[in-house]
Structures are given as structure tokens and as C-alpha cells.
Design a binder for this molecule. Structure first.
Ligand code: SAH
Length: 264
């Protein structure tokens, strides 16, 4: 099966949510050892300061709507570099295995006979909630957490949207879960509508953009006002939407402050 003898090495590295101090020591070591780095666009440039001089840095960003490098091409580049004997690091935002297609990359490299190591990173959802000072699973409010993608298909394909928001809303209510929604801002109106089938409009919601970075911004709102407040606060990708009773404390504080529920 392995026609191409393994020469170099490949490591998928989580670069964390943005703050370069949230890198793990293992991530730093892997970056220092790399001769070639393939870098996603949510990765903070400051992280690349750990790369050795002379390392080749290839930006392969693929943000929705922007110029992007097709996934299969990125994988081809990685495979070629490994076969040329390079020490390859694939830097991905947050954790490589939370969305962001890290799993597919590992599968395709393994199919090509290349072993891949994976270094965890702090995922954006964790950083976003911590940035608000909220414990994600405070046992008075939540029994667990669901990380879910809000990247819904639109138009004719919407019927095949695999995310059952009504079931998730019911789970938040009955099983006392916190929802952490990635890539949800663009589809917030749909998510809001569906969740309202199982959750009261007063359910606390927070939206955090650029979590852990100096330009972080957020809104604390309710499910009933989600789409309106995203628009009013001009929040956009990359942002995480958090839904659930763990936010009750900051939601109450925000309500007291009135308009002060948008913050940095
Ligand atoms: N692997 C990444 C997620 C990749 S999907 C991780 O573990 O964090 C990209 C989505 O992650 C964005 O659309 C946004 O929802 C979220 N995201 C990434 N960085 C973020 C940040 N600093 N603040 C808020 N959300 C972020």
C-alpha cells in the first residue's frame, strides 16, 4: 500500500484561538522543528515567530467567500513536501480536530502512506466562553456541552441540513446542555428560529468575535433578540455563539446595564 517510502514527517498543530500565549509547549516545539509550515488564515501571525529562520511558510487560507486554496490541493502540497523529506507542520486555528477539516487531512495523508501526529490546541469555543468569565459547565446550570457547526446550507440544499436545531434546543432545555455554535453568525436567523421551537425567547445567548485577541468583541443577548443584536453590534465571523443557562449571571448583569451588553 505504501508505494512512497515515508521520508519526512507531518504534524497537525492546533494554533489556539488567537492569543499566541495560548499555544501549547508541544505546539511551539513542533513549529520550531518545522522546515515547511502550511498555515490557515485564522492562525495569528505572531505564532509564526516560533518558526526557524529559513522555514518555508505557505499560507493556505480558505475563509468562506474569500480567495482560498482547495482542500485537495493543500493536501497534495503537504504530501509532496513530506515525500521530499521536509518536516511539515500544518497549523490550524483552535484545535485541529474541532471542525476545520483536520480529520479529513489526516485520513488523506494516511491513505498516502504518511503518518501524521496531532497536537491539540485550545478550541475557539473554550476561549470564547472563558473570555466572558463564564464556566462552561457550572454544575448549577449545565450537565454538558455540545460543540456544533452552524454552517448551514442555504437555498435548495437547506432541506438536507443535517443539523437538527429543534432537537438541540430541546436538549439544552431538558438535558441542561450548553450549545457552543461555530460558524453560526451567517446562519443565525435560521438557528434562532429553529431553537425557539424548544427554548424560551429569554434563553441567554452570547456571541464572541475574535475571542482571546485584543480586538475581541461580544454581545450578551437572548435567543429572541439574537439576529437583531448580531446586526446591531455588527458582529461577524470568526465568532462563536453560546446558548444556555450558564450565561444567566452575565445576562442578568447585562440587562441591568441596559445598552452595555455589547462589549470588548
Ligand atoms: N478548529 C477551530 C475551528 C475552525 S472552524 C477551533 O478549534 O477553534 C472556524 C470557526 O471557528 C469560525 O467560523 C468561528 O466560529 C470559530 N473561531 C475560530 N477562531 C475564533 C475566535 N478567535 N473567536 C471566535 N470564534 C472563532
Amino acid at each position: 500500500m505504501n508505494n512512497h517510502p515515508f521520508q519526512g514527517r507531518c504534524t497537525l498543530v492546533g494554533a489556539g484561538p488567537g492569543d499566541p500565549e495560548l499555544l501549547t509547549l508541544k505546539a511551539v516545539k513542533a513549529i520550531q522543528a518545522a522546515t515547511v509550515l502550511f498555515v490557515d488564515d485564522l492562525v495569528n501571525e505572531a505564532v509564526l515567530g516560533h518558526a526557524r529562520s529559513g522555514a518555508r511558510i505557505v499560507h493556505v487560507g480558505k475563509r468562506g467567500g474569500c480567495k482560498s486554496t482547495p482542500q485537495s490541493f493543500i493536501e497534495k502540497l503537504m504530501i509532496t513536501a513530506v515525500r521530499e523529506g521536509e518536516t511539515v507542520v500544518r497549523l490550524k486555528g483552535g484545535d485541529p480536530f474541532i471542525f476545520g477539516r483536520g480529520g479529513e487531512e489526516v485520513e488523506h495523508l494516511r491513505e498516502a502512506g504518511i503518518e501524521v501526529a496531532v497536537v491539540n490546541g485550545i478550541t475557539a469555543g473554550l476561549a470564547a466562553v472563558t473570555a466572558l468569565g463564564v464556566p462552561l459547565t457550572h454544575r448549577d446550570h449545565a450537565q454538558g456541552v455540545v460543540f456544533v457547526t452552524g454552517h448551514a446550507k442555504t437555498g435548495a440544499a437547506a432541506a438536507s441540513d443535517p443539523t437538527d436545531w429543534r432537537a438541540l434546543g430541546a436538549a439544552v432545555h431538558h438535558a441542561r446542555l450548553t450549545l457552543v455554535i461555530y460558524m453560526g453568525v451567517a446562519g443565525a436567523a435560521h438557528i434562532q428560529r429553529e431553537l425557539l421551537h424548544g427554548l424560551p425567547a429569554s434563553t441567554p445567548v452570547a456571541v464572541v468575535q475574535h475571542a482571546s485577541l485584543p480586538h475581541q468583541r461580544h454581545a450578551v443577548t437572548t435567543l429572541g433578540r439574537l439576529q437583531q443584536d448580531i446586526a446591531d453590534a455588527r458582529l461577524a465571523s470568526p465568532a462563536v455563539i453560546v446558548v444556555g443557562d450558564v450565561l444567566r449571571g452575565i445576562a442578568a448583569a447585562a440587562a441591568t446595564e441596559g445598552a452595555g451588553h455589547f462589549g470588548t
